[in-house]
Design a protein around this ligand. Structure first.
Ligand SMILES: C[S@@+](CC[C@H](N)C(=O)[O-])C[C@H]1O[C@@H](n2cnc3c(N)ncnc32)[C@H](O)[C@@H]1O
Length: 320
């Protein structure tokens, strides 16, 4: 059972469960394994509690990082320096979070952040992180089986994420994880061998920039889903719907003054009022006004952090 916590979700399990989470969950940025949780108001208590832990279970060497909120131990540099003195040094990130004098120690089981799936080597301008694209699709209520079109597909992140989900391909299949060194060899293969159902889904997209479409094609090939996608070089206003109904997703371009987004939204409105009139839509925009240019009823909006930039994910109902 999962419990929602501030900034994350808590799952119960061991390192094997952490490997499964790394391999199969599309949305998290990283999977941390909790080592211990205790109260510590001074360094003597912290040292006693840290030294009592069987660290070999969690890695060979550690690289400590501290964060503190409303705690007597509040000097992050001093905490990191002490942890570095008490534990062998190494690559495994060790996070020490202090909140109201309660210290939570966790090790990072992922290594590189999980949006680095291994297939997106080429990007266009302002690419979406793969984990964010997966989360946005989920927020839009998309699931394999529903047709999906992205008229400003850039490097193809939405479409490739959707294609992998539709074909039952695990998000982490092309990369390795920090915790694997601690597990028996072959465990990963056991998870990957389990067949996942594949759901027939119409997936298509376009972009007016030829290099972006070419990059999207190569990324799709690396992900092993190129035969599931139809991609073309096209101005958004001329995009054609590949099915009667579906979800149109779009990450509009934007500059600091959002003029790029407004102009692109005007082009998108033409597609939405024509061939995609019976489709629902979801757009990522720098502000709410931009989505307002699309002349569609808004069903929900979500404020989203896109690489440190606050943007809006707006869901729009079908027109007819
Ligand atoms: C923010 S990027 C999309 C990034 C994409 N989601 C990704 O992950 O790579 C916006 C894309 O819109 C395209 N674009 C801008 N105006 C367009 C238009 N009028 N018609 C088609 N594509 C357009 C740009 O070429 C760019 O690739």
């Amino acid at each position: 059972m999962a419990e929602v916590e501030a900034g994350g979700v808590l799952l119960r399990g061991d390192t094997l469960e952490a490997l499964r989470a790394n391999l199969s969950l599309a949305i998290p940025t990283r999977v941390l394994e909790r080592v211990a949780r205790f109260e510590a108001r001074d360094f003597a208590t912290l040292e006693r509690r840290v030294r009592a832990i069987d660290w070999e279970r969690f890695g060979r060497g550690f690289s400590p990082r501290a964060a503190c909120h409303a705690s007597r131990l509040h000097h992050t540099g001093a905490i990191e320096e002490r942890l570095g003195r008490w534990l062998p040094a190494g690559e495994t990130a060790l996070l020490a979070r202090f909140d109201r004098d309660v210290c939570v120690l966790s090790v990072d089981t992922s290594g590189e952040r999980l949006h680095k799936r291994g297939w997106r080597v080429e990007t266009g301008p302002a690419p979406l992180r793969e984990t964010l694209a997966a989360a946005l699709l989920r927020l839009a209520g998309w699931a394999p089986g529903e047709a999906l079109y992205d008229p400003m597909c850039g490097s193809g992140t939405f479409l490739i994420e959707a294609a992998c989900a539709a074909q039952g391909l695990l998000p982490g299949r092309l990369r390795s994880f920090e915790c694997e060194a601690r597990l028996e060899r072959g465990l990963r293969a056991r998870w990957l061998e389990r067949p996942s159902p594949s759901v027939a889904t119409t997936l298509a997209g376009s972009d007016r920039a030829k290099p972006a479409v070419e990059a999207a094609r190569r990324n799709a090939e690396r992900a092993g889903v190129s035969s599931a996608l139809s991609l073309s070089v096209l101005e958004a206003a001329h995009a054609q719907a590949p099915a009667v109904t579906g979800l149109l997703v779009c990450n509009l371009p934007y500059d600091r003054r959002a003029e790029g987004a407004a102009h692109a939204a005007d082009r998108l409105r033409r597609a939405l009022s024509g061939p995609f009139a019976a489709w629902r839509a979801a757009v990522l925009t720098p502000d709410r006004q931009t989505a307002g240019r699309l002349d569609r009823a808004v069903t929900a909006t979500h404020a989203v952090d896109n690489g440190g930039l606050r943007v809006e994910w707006t869901l729009l109902s079908a027109q007819s």
